[in-house]
Design a protein around this ligand. Structure first.
Ligand SMILES: C[S@@+](CC[C@H](N)C(=O)[O-])C[C@H]1O[C@@H](n2cnc3c(N)ncnc32)[C@H](O)[C@@H]1O
Length: 236
């Protein structure tokens, strides 16, 4: 027989946090303790602070944290920028996994910036600078070796936001969904205008994660004219 009160309480319980998948400890190595602390803080405060949706808790590790850390081996020691970090994805997760890399997290929303700064302090991360700005206004933090972004915008609008922040010879490593190839085709003009080379899609996590992820990688060979507001007619 069904107990009505049990049914009601089950319906009103918040969704449970996903148990940590075993592969998390493999991917984070000895940085897993910090990753667990970050996951717990995000699970506890994320919805209330408008960082993640209410449905994300049952997939917080798989869909968000592992999906971010899977990029960690693509980063080289140097300065890496993450544009539109939001709750910390992928930038803060990568900073946890790669203490040998310096990160600049660029995010315009005040409450997200407050969250990121708090987490940097709580986790004792010494390799992170949080900048409150839109990417278009963050040129002073440019000259980056690599630039990442996840779920910010389609490639044709994301390239003009990210490429100007990379140094000449630097790299874009942009997380993309299943339509990555189509986004590259749609961004043909921007790829030319910002002098991107070796533009390619890589699939990450095959055989490791339940859900693979895609990144668009490209080398930036820009010159100053291409980022100085020169009209589309010149380059497009
Ligand atoms: C959909 S959220 C994604 C957040 C996070 N990267 C993730 O994967 O969960 C997009 C984020 O990009 C930020 N954003 C939007 N336009 C931006 C811009 N021009 N420069 C930098 N960040 C931007 C927003 O404030 C927001 O935090």
């Amino acid at each position: 027989m069904t107990d009505h009160h049990d049914d009601v309480s089950r319906e009103t319980l918040p969704p449970a946090l996903e148990a940590e998948p075993a592969v998390a400890a493999v991917l984070f190595g000895d940085t897993i303790i910090r990753a667990r602390r970050f996951a717990a803080a995000l699970a506890e405060q994320g919805e209330e602070r408008g960082l993640i949706g209410p449905l994300e808790l049952p997939r917080l590790w798989t869909r968000h944290i592992l999906n971010s850390v899977i990029m960690a081996p693509l980063l080289r020691p140097g300065r890496v920028g993450d544009i539109g970090t939001g709750a910390g994805l992928p930038g803060l997760v990568l900073a946890i996994a790669r203490p040998d890399v310096q990160f600049v997290l660029i995010e315009p929303m005040e409450r997200r910036v407050a969250w990121l700064n708090e987490q940097v302090g709580e986790l004792g991360l010494e390799n992170v600078e949080v900048v409150r700005a839109r990417a278009e206004e963050a040129k002073a933090f440019g000259g980056l070796d690599q630039v990442t972004a996840r779920a910010v915008s389609a490639l044709r609008t994301l390239i003009p936001l990210t490429a100007p922040l990379a140094r000449k010879g630097g790299e874009l490593v942009l997380m993309k969904g299943i339509n990555a190839e189509a986004e590259i085709s749609a961004a043909e003009k921007q790829i030319r205008r910002f002098k991107l080379h070796d533009v390619r899609v890589e699939i990450l996590g095959d055989g490791v994660l339940e859900e693979t992820t895609r990144v668009v990688r490209a080398t930036v060979d820009r010159d100053e004219r291409a980022t100085g507001g020169v009209s589309r007619e010149t380059f497009g």
